[in-house]
Every structure is written in structure tokens, then in C-alpha cells.
Design a protein around this ligand. Structure first.
Ligand SMILES: Nc1nc2c(ncn2[C@@H]2O[C@H](COP(=O)(O)OP(=O)(O)O)[C@@H](O)[C@H]2O)c(=O)[nH]1
Ligand SMILES: [Mg+2]
Length: 696
């Protein structure tokens, strides 16, 4: 493929709700751009973008793909991001590499929650954007209704530049509002001029007025002319549109049906004319040597530097680091410096990716997006530069995973293979997290939602041939005592041969510190228990607090005092005193009103105001205590509540169904609290059954 200069590049991410038509649009663009000689379909599993087996199987995108479209002497790097919320990490990575966004809306489904999330991301990254409504070929699609809903939500910056022409109920063309002219689709999405149907003249006047108002707001001179009743030429409108789109002051809206290529040619034209080239965007890094700011601004004349916005670690493709060149021109055979670890990396070949197809290129200009294979030290969010000018760029903010499952190997002995495979998946998907919870003898995997974790299980099987079962995680209960007890433990075996004798008298009471398993004190007088056995007594305690006598959970908050005992000059040993202590602890703990402590997490749930009541009610049902509710001044309410961890399993799916996917939540461990009696009883019985099961 040809090498494109910075000003010829457009990096555009496709955002929107799941199944609104992003991948189909990317496929239509690729076909019209001459990348392929046949148009693939998501249903047939033969699109450029959804190349992964899991995507083909499930008919939706899971990872972001790049589709580089040659168009009008430019290259449009389309970043086709997933729409389903579980794969938000992929979306956040794609947005960090984009210079503009096309928010795709399904004409059939209308303005879904995914549109709001896409808009918020664009606001966060100050991304210029356009909106494209698909499904115009389907019946009962009202473009007008969608434009009105968008205008209600986002105001006057919503500027429809095209609207559909129907004949006999069929979508046959569109009216160009800027040129106030009609177009009929011909073959392969091409167009021919036509008159604006009389029936649509009122719509044209209305849309044109909206557009003129939006353009008038772009400058004082334009505002004055507008109020003088003056109209703007198509060139003036296009110039104003372009400059205003760059600052997200105006958001053009157009439409089509990518399945049959309609509307896509004009969208590609608008992307080239309205969206900024990378060198029209600002980017600043920090020179780690001089600690001074480096204004990269995608300037090809400056020192080489790049940002690693995504990694692909595929058993078939191998490892690819996807880079966006931030300054200079990167050439194959360059040696770059991985700034943070301080390691040099020889690039060998550089590629651009077309879906999963790597195409070798000799160089990449600032602003362009490419890939480099097999860079050992490099991972997502790394900065590559030169040793002379080690520039570090801000890392992408990625969502934190809160959905947790326990994973178990289906086949014993697969544990190592599974953790190696998970390490590879985690280097690709930064929203995955694996925790080895040794205290509760479980391996946990965290993701954004259940769908993502389901895909992980599938990928482990498909790619790495290991089977994993996901089950409900064990809740890290703790055990403690509430009262005092005074007991003795005697370990005595003196039936011929070397006997064993250990005898301790101990008091147990709450230490008042639930952070510490135990404090040990010995107030033995007269050497009743020789000093050299004190460590053995403490060893006995250390063992006991691993698995408490109540339900075999870790013990916390115990004060143990050794105050008396006896020994045998021959038969006493460290082992005997350890065993005696274990006996004393088991009895002393159960005599001191032992209780189960459950972990409480403090949650923040952000939901649109209309869902506050349902979500509060649901939190109450989960034994939650709502501590506060505050507006976030974006039409949402932030509910703060303390909730037992036991009750939040599967919360991401439940919140999604309560709020149609518009709710978000986060939580962190707060403290331990005594579990209610019925929870305690249930846990003790469950544990008893499990221990009996383990003994079998
Ligand atoms: N009729 C019609 N179907 C469409 C159109 N765009 C997408 N689809 C269908 O909608 C479904 C989801 O499309 P896809 O591109 O995977 O959506 P994505 O999840 O946003 O990438 C697929 O079955 C497409 O064939 C369109 O313009 N018209
Ligand atoms: Mg898709």
C-alpha cells in the first residue's frame, strides 16, 4: 500500500451501540475504497473487521480492527470498535488513537444508550464527530425522529446535512442540505443529480434553516449576515462546517444503508473534507531527560516518537504492537527506545494492518497508524521514542473491571497452561485482571461483564486448548470471637516408645484489631511452660488462624494469652506444644462466641435520574445501606451505598438490565462486619458440606 503523508491521513473511530451497523459500514467503505472486490457480511462471517473466530461465531465485534481506506488521495484509518459494553476497553484504546469519530446509529433501533456513551467519550477526548444513521433501507425508519431526538439531547450543534428521498416506500436517494440539491443512488452507492421532490421542500427548508443557524453561530460576521437575512454559499458553509466540526461546535448528521453501499460515498467524502488530519490536532509528551514538555502535534519534521495504543497477541498472528506515530517518520529497521522500561527495540519490519492482514510498508509518517511485530518489552500504553529524546505520552484511561468469577481448570494439571494463556489474553485486553486469592484458595478473574468473561473461556478453549469453568467466587469471609474464654489443650501420647507431651492453658479474647489475625502474649510464671516452647505455641496459633474452627475461614482479631501449662522433660517437644495449642485454640475459639465477618464494599452507582428509585430498591434488597445520592450534573445520580460483597455477584448484568445499559458502578473494599445469623448459619452449613465433600 502507498505511504501517506500526515496531512493525507484521517484516523476515524466508529462508535455506537452494539449491532447498529459499524462493521457493515467499515466493510462498505473498504469495498468502495477498492480494498476488496466483494462486500462481506457480518452474518456470513466474511468481513474484514470481524475476523476473529469468536466474532464470526457470535456475529458481533469483540476487538477493535483497523481498516485503512484509500479515498480521494487520502487514507482513512477506520477503527471499527465493538459496541457491546463489556468490550469498553477496546473502545477506549481505539478512541485514544483516533482524531475524530463517526457515531453510528441504527435507524431501526434509534438513539440507544450506546449513543450517549459514544458522545460522552467524544466529549472526554474532545473528538470532532459526525453522526451516521444506518438501516435507511428498512421500513418504518424515521430519520426525522432520530434527528429531533438528537437535537433535544445535544442542541443546535446537531446539523443534518443529508436527508432521505423515498419513492414508493423505497429509499432511493437523498437531499444534500448544503447544496440544496437532490441525488438518486445509482450502482454501487454512486449518485446522480435529481430535483428535490416537491413533497420534501418543506423538510429541506427546515433542515437548511437549522444548518444556517448552526453556521451563523460560528462567527460574529456570519451572525450579523444571518440576521440581515443573508444566505451563505455552499463553499462558505463547507468551510464553516469543517472548522466547526474540528472543535465539535457542529456535528453533521447524514444517513444511508451500508448493506447496499448507499450513503457511504458521501460519508467518505465528508470524512476527508470535514475531519482534521492528525497535524491539526494537539499532542504533548514529556521529555524524560530534560523533563520539559514536547509538543509532538503529529509533526513529521520532529524527532521520532510513537504511542502503543493496542496489542494483539494471537497464537496464529503472533504478537503485534499497534502504534500511532506521534512525531517524525518511523522507518523499518529503526531502533526505538521504549521509554518507561528504558529498553531499545529494533523494529525490523513495519506494517499496516487491514483487519488481520499485515501489509509491509517502508515507513509511517506522523499521525499514521501501523503495527510492529515481536517487540518483547513493549505493551499497550507504552511510549516509543529515541534515547536522545525519550518522550513519554499520557497513558490511556481504561475502565476498571468489577465483574468477578472464580475459575477452575476442568482438567487437573492444566493450571500452568491456563495461567500462561491468561497472561497472553491480559496483554491483549487490559480490562481483564487475574487475582490469585491464596487466602481463600481460589483463582479469580475480573472483567467488565459476564459476556467478556464468557468470550475469555471460549478463547482459552479455541486458541489455547484449555478448558476452564467459571463459578461464583468464594466470598472472603473472616472469623473472629466476641467474648473471652479460658481453656487448656493437652496433647499426650505416652503409650511406649518416644512419647509426646504438651500442655497449655490459654485465654482468648477479642484483640479489637480486625486487620491482624492474632496477637500472642505469654504470662507464664515459674517456667510452667519452658521459654523454648513459646515459638511452638505461636506456630500453633499461626496454623489455626489460617482456617478458623467456625467455617474454616481465616481468623482475625484474636488475642491469645498463654498463662500456664506443664511439660515432660523427655516427651515434650515443639510438635507436642504446637498440637496442644491447636487443641486449646479450637476449644477456646468456639467457647468465645465466634462469629463470621463478611466483607462490606462501598459502591458508587451512577444512573440516569429516572432509574434512581429502582436501583435504590435493588440495593436495599441486597442488604445495602444507601449513604447518599448526588447529581453528577449530566442528568445522572450517583448513589453511594455500603453493600455486603456476598450480595453483589452478577451486579453488572443486573444493573445493565435495570438501566438498559446506561448505569455504571464501581466499588472498593470498605471493612468487615458481623454477618447476620442466617447468613452465618448458611455459610457454616455450606462449608461443613464442602469439607465433608473434600474428605471423601
Ligand atoms: N438492513 C440493514 N441491515 C444492516 C445495516 N447495517 C447493518 N445491518 C445489519 O445489522 C447487523 C449488525 O451489523 P454490524 O455491522 O455487525 O453492527 P455493529 O455491531 O455495530 O458492528 C448485521 O446483521 C448487519 O447485516 C443497514 O444499513 N441495513
Ligand atoms: Mg461490529
Amino acid at each position: 500500500m502507498q505511504v501517506y503523508k500526515t496531512e493525507q491521513i484521517r484516523n476515524v473511530v466508529l462508535l455506537g451501540h452494539g449491532s447498529c451497523g459499524k462493521t457493515t459500514l467499515a466493510e462498505a467503505m473498504a469495498y468502495l475504497g477498492g480494498l476488496t472486490n466483494r462486500q462481506g457480511r457480518v452474518e456470513d462471517g466474511n468481513t474484514i473487521s470481524d475476523y476473529d473466530k469468536e466474532e464470526i461465531k457470535r456475529h458481533f465485534s469483540i476487538t477493535t480492527s483497523i481498516v485503512p481506506i484509500p479515498w480521494k488521495n487520502c487514507k482513512i484509518n477506520i477503527l471499527d470498535a465493538p459496541g457491546y459494553f463489556d468490550f469498553v476497553g477496546e473502545v477506549e484504546e481505539a478512541v485514544s488513537a483516533a482524531d475524530a469519530a463517526v457515531i453510528v446509529i441504527s435507524g431501526k433501533a434509534g438513539v440507544q444508550v450506546g449513543v450517549q456513551k459514544a458522545w460522552n467519550l467524544c466529549e472526554k477526548y474532545n473528538l470532532p464527530r459526525m453522526i451516521f444513521v444506518t438501516d435507511m433501507d428498512l421500513d418504518d425508519v424515521s430519520y426525522d425522529a432520530i434527528v429531533n431526538e438528537l437535537t433535544d439531547q445535544y442542541g443546535k450543534k446537531i446539523a443534518p446535512i443529508h436527508f432521505p428521498i423515498h419513492e414508493g416506500g423505497k429509499f432511493v436517494g437523498y437531499v444534500n442540505v448544503v447544496k440544496q440539491a437532490g441525488r438518486l443512488y445509482t450502482d454501487k452507492g454512486q449518485r446522480k443529480e435529481c430535483d428535490v421532490p416537491a413533497a420534501l421542500q418543506d423538510d429541506l427548508d427546515r433542515y437548511h434553516e437549522t444548518l444556517m443557524e448552526a453556521v451563523a453561530e460560528t462567527s460574529e460576521e456570519f451572525m450579523d449576515r444571518y440576521f440581515d437575512g443573508d444566505t451563505f454559499t455552499a463553499e462558505e458553509v463547507n468551510t464553516a462546517l469543517s472548522s466547526e466540526v474540528h472543535t465539535a461546535g457542529i456535528v453533521p448528521v447524514s444517513m444511508g444503508s451500508p448493506v447496499d453501499l448507499r450513503g457511504v460515498v458521501s460519508l467518505l467524502d465528508d470524512i476527508v473534507s470535514f475531519f482534521p488530519a492528525p497535524c491539526e490536532r494537539k499532542l504533548t509528551g514529556t521529555n524524560q531527560k530534560t523533563n520539559s514538555e514536547f509538543e509532538a502535534n503529529y509533526d513529521p519534521a520532529k524527532e521520532k516518537s510513537a504511542y502503543v495504543w493496542k496489542s494483539i497477541v494471537d497464537p496464529f498472528l503472533g504478537k503485534y504492537s499497534l502504534i500511532k506515530v506521534c512525531s517524525g517518520v518511523i522507518k523499518s529497521d529503526d531502533t526505538l527506545f521504549n521509554v518507561e522500561p528504558g529498553e531499545e527495540e529494533r523494529l525490523n519490519k513495519i506494517y499496516i494492518l487491514q483487519g488481520n492482514k499485515p501489509i509491509e510498508v517502508p515507513e509511517l509518517y506522523a499521525g499514521d497508524i501501523g503495527a510492529v511485530a515481536k517487540l518483547n518489552t513493549v505493551q499497550t500504553c507504552d511510549s516509543l521514542a529515541t534515547k536522545a529524546a525519550p518522550i513519554l505520552y499520557p497513558k490511556t484511561t481504561l475502565s476498571t473491571p468489577y465483574t468477578c468469577k472464580r475459575y477452575k481448570a476442568v482438567k487437573k494439571g492444566d493450571e500452568d497452561k491456563i495461567s500462561q494463556a491468561l497472561t497472553r489474553l491480559m496483554s491483549e485486553d487490559k480490562t481483564l485482571r487475574v487475582v490469585n486469592d491464596g487466602a481463600n484458595r481460589q483463582s479469580l478473574i475480573y472483567g467488565i461483564g459476564d459476556q467478556q468473561l464468557d468470550v475469555v473461556v471460549s478463547m482459552l478453549k479455541e486458541r489455547y486448548k484449555v478448558d476452564v469453568e467459571l463459578v461464583k467466587p468464594k466470598v472472603p469471609f473472616r472469623e473472629t470471637l466476641r467474648k473471652n474464654s479460658d481453656v487448656e489443650g493437652k496433647h499426650k501420647k505416652q503409650s511406649g516408645g518416644h512419647g509426646q507431651y504438651g500442655h497449655v492453658k490459654m485465654r482468648f479474647e477479642p484483640s479489637g484489631d480486625l486487620e491482624t489475625p492474632y496477637v500472642f502474649e505469654q504470662v507464664v510464671v515459674g517456667g510452667a511452660v519452658p521459654k523454648n516452647y513459646f515459638p511452638a505455641v505461636e506456630k500453633g496459633l499461626q496454623e489455626c488462624v489460617q482456617k478458623g474452627p467456625l467455617a474454616a475461614y481465616p481468623v482475625v482479631g484474636v488475642k491469645a494469652q498463654l498463662y500456664d501449662g506443664s511439660y515432660h522433660p523427655v516427651d515434650s517437644s515443639e510438635m507436642a506444644f504446637k498440637m496442644a495449642t491447636i487443641l486449646a485454640f479450637k476449644k477456646g475459639f468456639m467457647d468465645a462466641s465466634p462469629v463470621l465477618l463478611e466483607p462490606i464494599v462501598s459502591m458508587k452507582v451512577t444512573v440516569p435520574d429516572k432509574f434512581t428509585g429502582d436501583v435504590m430498591g435493588d440495593l436495599n434488597k441486597r442488604r445495602g445501606r444507601v449513604l447518599g445520592m448526588n447529581p453528577d450534573h449530566h442528568g445522572n445520580t450517583i448513589i453511594e451505598a455500603d453493600v455486603p460483597q456476598l450480595e453483589i455477584d452478577g451486579y453488572s448484568t443486573d444493573l445493565r438490565s435495570m438501566t438498559g445499559g446506561s448505569g455504571d458502578f464501581s466499588y472498593e473494599f470498605a471493612r468487615y462486619e458481623q454477618a447476620p445469623a442466617e447468613i452465618q448459619q448458611k455459610e457454616i452449613e455450606a462449608r461443613q458440606a464442602q469439607l465433608e465433600g473434600e474428605d471423601e
